[in-house]
Write a protein that binds this ligand. Structure first.
Ligand code: GLN
Length: 291
């Protein structure tokens, strides 16, 4: 076995990466992602030209360092410094939540409500890396998108992502939930807020261990921030404007109840990729938005 041959490195790395609950194929895929990223090539290149990699190439060391850190649990997205979301390559760091495929359901729901040919004021509360705001801006060039986050470090990353993607029309503002929006009203508000209960055992598992806790937890039941966002919605939505929020897989009924209590209408939930109700939508009644 020669550890400077891709096949050998991948075989040995896959064994080290194999964690409980993971299939051998998943471990092998992770090993391939690390090796390809260390060499700045794609999987097809590795397969075709892997034998040309030189044993003295210092990028073997990069792959090896990432492997050790990954075995200790660090998320792949933080090691590589990026993650793809809705077809966009986004820089990520431990200052922000790693964008999840499930959140693409929230983007889909937002895009369905935004006409390609019409102006619309859109707000993303708790934007983090800017994932949702940027996905909307990329697909709805006429939307005026504001991304808000309480973390200055997160906003710096969101701004960086916007400029890398050439989506400089998105505006960013630091502040807590509605406070940063001031007295403005929006046609569509999206949010993937923290929604995990403070004592949830999942926080001690997987990627969650490395993600910013303020982006994950919200009080004893995980509903604290969702409640604040929903309560403030009628004062910040245009008549017939939509509020779309992501939430935990067992929170849909509570979120619908909060929206009903806030006077929103047309309330309904949508499933994520695993079939769990993950996104709930509610609308400001026409002509009845609060002053
Ligand atoms: N969806 C994430 C998870 O359950 C949590 C993200 C969040 O709190 N917004 O792993």
């Amino acid at each position: 076995m020669n550890r400077f041959r891709p096949d050998d490195w991948l075989a040995s790395a896959s064994l080290k990466l194999l964690m409980p609950g993971m299939s051998a194929a998943e471990a092998r895929l992770e090993a391939r992602v690390l090796l390809a990223a260390a060499f700045g090539v794609n999987h097809a290149w590795l397969l075709a030209h892997g034998q040309e990699l030189h044993p003295c190439d210092e990028r073997w060391q990069q792959a090896q360092d990432w492997l050790v850190r990954r075995v200790q649990g660090e998320p792949v997205a933080y090691l590589l410094g990026w993650r793809e979301f809705y077809g966009l390559r986004l820089a990520v760091s431990p200052a922000v939540l790693i964008p999840r495929p499930d959140t693409e359901v929230l983007v889909e729901a937002a895009l369905e409500r935004l006409d390609l040919h019409q102006d619309a004021a859109v707000l993303d509360l708790g934007t983090g890396s800017g994932a949702i705001a940027l996905a909307i801006a990329a697909h709805r060039p006429r939307a005026q998108v504001l991304g808000v986050d309480a973390s200055a470090a997160a906003l710096a990353l969101a701004r960086h992502n916007a400029s890398q993607l050439g989506l400089d029309q998105v505006v960013w503002q630091c502040g807590s939930w509605w406070q940063a929006a001031g007295g403005r009203r929006f046609d569509l508000v999206v949010s993937n807020p923290p929604y995990i209960a403070e004592d949830d055992p999942h926080l001690a598992q997987g990627d969650l261990r490395f993600e910013p806790i303020r982006a994950l937890t919200a009080g004893v039941d995980g509903l604290q921030d969702l409640a604040e966002i929903i309560a403030g919605a009628p004062a910040h939505l245009s008549p017939a404007g939509w509020l779309l929020v992501e939430h935990g897989y067992r929170q849909a009924a509570s979120v619908r109840e909060l929206m009903t209590g806030a006077g929103l209408v047309e309330i309904h939930s949508r499933p994520d990729l695993a079939g769990n109700e993950r996104v709930t939508c509610g609308r400001c009644p026409t002509g009845k938005s609060a002053d």
